[in-house]
Write a new protein. Structure first.
Length: 375
């Protein structure tokens, strides 16, 4: 937990101060899994990758067939699929699962020594392929294709000290120009790419020509809005980052809880409580709590944390402790739905939160009716 402590500790201490306390009435927990879904990780065999994805999808259907949130929805998985690993058959398999209501696909990218022009081309081509060939991604009220983003190797805006695995300081501007509505990369601690904003939903403003534009920003609040013109500004939605004092290294130092679901660190009841305790919310709306965890779900040793006994126990605990209808109501959401709910809270929307899942951006793959998208 001492790695990159200068990056995350001041922000973490500030987030403790801003945690909601004494919230009256029913609270709503929005639970999102951001999966850096890489079936061809490391240049793997396409045939083996297609078999693995097909098996993964069948297991997901089986494990969560009877698992539902407060409004009857199953766990909603968000597959951030790498642009550089595109495989038509893998995406076609995921698209079927998404049409069945189990999730959505968004964009992931590993790139290095890149340029703004090269990045723009990569994102545009992959965005259009996902939308036109597979019926995926979001669409806003003006008919523009929109997407959520996770940066490979955590290196958004050249965040690595060595400048590797990116190359584009002005990455926020390129993401906005190609239709990105929000970034879901962080937290990345103990990596030195970790921003100084911790347990926050915030607007990062591009610092032209400089790296690490996502390092700081303006928190989202009810009645607020972006602090700059959209081309230079991007919403950053972070997951929980905290200290686990009940799991200490050498019996002294607390271990870092960063919301990663792995085979070595599977989900547990204690970890769920830590995620919720961070109280990530839109300022002025403390009764809406956002928990975004992350994983590399195609890594074989991680699959059990999602689809094995640990994954089943995770959702059983969420439903037992956070879905009694009185103290808490549980909502499974995708990254796009999480974004829409954040924007609805910012706009001061009230009432049942599920009415705002499509507040600004609908989903191209949705077959049923949905709330009218705000233009």
């Amino acid at each position: 937990m001492i790695r990159a402590v200068d990056k995350w500790l001041p922000g973490y201490l500030a987030s403790v101060w801003w945690r909601p306390r004494g919230v009256a009435g029913t609270r709503h927990l929005f639970f999102c899994v951001a999966d850096h879904f890489e079936p061809l990780r490391g240049g793997g065999d396409p045939i083996a990758a297609r078999r693995a994805v097909a098996t993964w999808v069948e297991e997901y259907r089986r494990v969560f067939a009877d698992c539902r949130d407060a409004t009857g929805r199953p766990p909603r998985h968000t597959f951030f699929f790498p642009a550089e690993e595109y495989d038509r058959e893998c995406l076609a398999t995921l698209a079927v699962l998404c049409r069945e209501g189990y999730g959505e696909v968004e964009i992931h990218l590993h790139h290095r020594h890149d340029t703004a022009e090269g990045l723009h081309r990569r994102l545009t081509e992959f965005r259009d392929r996902l939308h036109q060939e597979h019926g995926l991604l979001g669409v806003d009220g003006a008919g523009r294709v929109r997407y959520g983003f996770v940066h490979g190797n955590w290196a958004l805006c050249n965040a690595r000290p060595d400048g590797d695995w990116c190359g584009v300081n002005d990455e926020l501007r390129v993401l906005r120009a190609t239709g990105c509505y929000a970034d879901f990369t962080f937290p990345s601690a103990p990596s030195p790419t970790q921003p100084r904003m911790v347990n926050a939903i915030y607007y990062a403003v591009e610092r032209s020509g400089q790296p690490r534009s996502a390092d700081r920003g303006s928190v989202v609040r009810v009645g607020g809005g972006p602090p700059a013109e959209p081309p230079a500004c991007l919403l950053i939605i972070t997951g929980p980052l905290g200290l686990d004092w009940r799991n200490r290294k050498w019996g002294l130092l607390p271990r870092l809880e960063n919301g990663a679901l792995t085979g070595r660190n599977p989900p547990t009841a204690r970890r769920v409580e830590l995620w919720v305790r961070q109280g990530i919310h839109v300022r002025g709306r403390p009764d809406w709590v956002f928990v975004k965890v992350h994983t590399h779900g195609c890594v074989p040793e991680n699959r059990a944390a999602l689809l094995g006994s640990a994954g089943r126990e995770l959702h059983a605990y969420l439903q037992a402790q956070y879905n009694d209808g009185r103290r808490w109501r549980l909502h499974y959401v995708t990254g796009r739905e999480l974004y829409n709910l954040v924007k609805a809270a910012e706009a001061g929307c009230t009432g049942a939160p599920d009415a705002w899942r499509d507040f600004e951006i609908g989903y191209a793959g949705d077959s049923g009716s949905r709330t009218r998208i705000r233009g």
